[in-house]
Design a protein around this ligand. Structure first.
Ligand code: FES
Length: 115
């Protein structure tokens, strides 16, 4: 995995995913944020990264209180995003990541936080 994937960023943004907070780099798509949090699995998931496969579909709680389906590869992260549902491919990959990524200084295991 290459940390260059995330480009230049100054801070991490907190997003809520299935009831758990994760920190993801600003100026990235939500799917790239998932990759930051779970590099060992999201990187090898069945994702097109260009809006055609729908394997990255998430349900996001809008500011209005309603829910909307979005493609995580095309949704820019912003502080306070709340994801209430994820496509099976995302869930499988988030839950499957038990790796520790020293290269990027990521020291979390989502397996323990998202169940
Ligand atoms: S990864 Fe294929 S639509 Fe987002």
């Amino acid at each position: 995995m290459h940390c260059d994937l995330f480009g230049e960023y100054d801070k991490l943004l907190r997003v809520r995913v299935l009831g758990h907070d994760i920190d993801v780099p600003e100026k990235n798509s939500l799917l790239r944020g998932f990759q930051f949090a779970a590099p060992a699995t999201i990187s090898y998931g069945q994702f097109c990264w260009n809006g055609t496969c729908n394997n990255c579909t998430v349900t996001v709680r809008e500011a209005s209180g309603g829910d909307a389906k979005r493609q995580a590869c095309r949704l820019d992260v912003h502080d306070g995003i709340e994801v209430t549902a994820v496509a099976p491919e995302i869930k499988r990959n988030l839950l499957g990541d038990t790796m520790y990524s020293e290269a990027c200084g990521i020291s979390r295991s989502l397996q323990s936080s998202i169940k």
